[in-house]
Design a protein around this ligand. Structure first.
Ligand code: GTP
Ligand code: MG
Length: 196
């Protein structure tokens, strides 16, 4: 899959603010700081299209990116598990994400991002189960793969697979935004998704 162009289409919190449903959308879910926004930048070859930060909690809205003149869209979601906000604030974010995920008819896949170094937490498990229960493939991108040696990827994939009960380990893809590792693999997957 070739990325010819990418642009920010819409920033939304409420349903009324979502862009009109059009082409297929692929959403990126995962805890704060896992690398959702960085993944988008790497895939589309843009350093600062999606705003990133070393501080968790950077993305606080649902951000829609239109790719290849709206051939498909990537949707950057706010991360969960961000501790430094009040309970009420966290609930609000949860609702915002849930509303989107449960109402968006053009949503073709929700990709879960996990840090390759850590075993999945409670929120990750919930999110994965939710994704599977809605009939999505359950593709997992194991981010920050540059932080461990390639020889250890298998072992970490295995930890993730066991913790989440992933049957097909091919669906767990080590990825690095900084080193661009497995970028083509992720783009090929996206191509498969939008072909359906
Ligand atoms: P929220 O918006 O808070 O939900 O976070 P996010 O998931 O969008 O994370 P973001 O892309 O902002 O990245 C968080 C931090 O991790 C930044 O400092 C990134 O530079 C760093 N980061 C992201 N991906 C990678 C990676 O593949 N390798 C390394 N080494 N660092 C990464
Ligand atoms: Mg972000």
């Amino acid at each position: 899959m070739k990325i010819k162009n990418a642009e920010m289409l819409k920033v939304a919190v409420k349903k009324e603010q979502y862009p009109k449903e059009g082409p297929i959308e692929i959403a990126l879910a995962g805890r704060s700081n896992v690398g959702k926004s960085s993944l988008i930048n790497t895939l589309v070859n843009r350093k600062k299209l999606a705003r990133t930060s070393s501080q968790p909690g950077k993305t606080q809205t649902i951000n829609f990116y239109s790719i290849n003149n709206d051939e498909f869209r990537l949707v950057d979601l706010p991360g969960y598990g961000y501790a430094r906000v009040s309970m009420k604030e966290r609930e609000k974010w949860g609702k915002m994400i849930e509303n989107f995920l449960t109402s968006r008819r053009t949503l073709a896949e929700v990709i879960l991002l996990l840090d390759i170094r850590h075993s999945p937490g409670e929120h990750d498990k919930m999110m994965y189960n939710w994704i599977k229960s809605f009939g999505y493939n359950g593709i997992i991108i194991a981010t920050k793969a540059d932080k461990i040696s390639k020889g250890k990827w298998m072992k970490h994939k295995s930890i993730i697979a066991k913790a989440l009960g992933v049957q097909n380990r091919e669906l767990i893809i080590p990825f690095s935004a900084t080193k661009r590792l497995n970028k083509e693999k992720v783009l090929n997957l996206i191509e498969e998704i939008i072909k359906v």
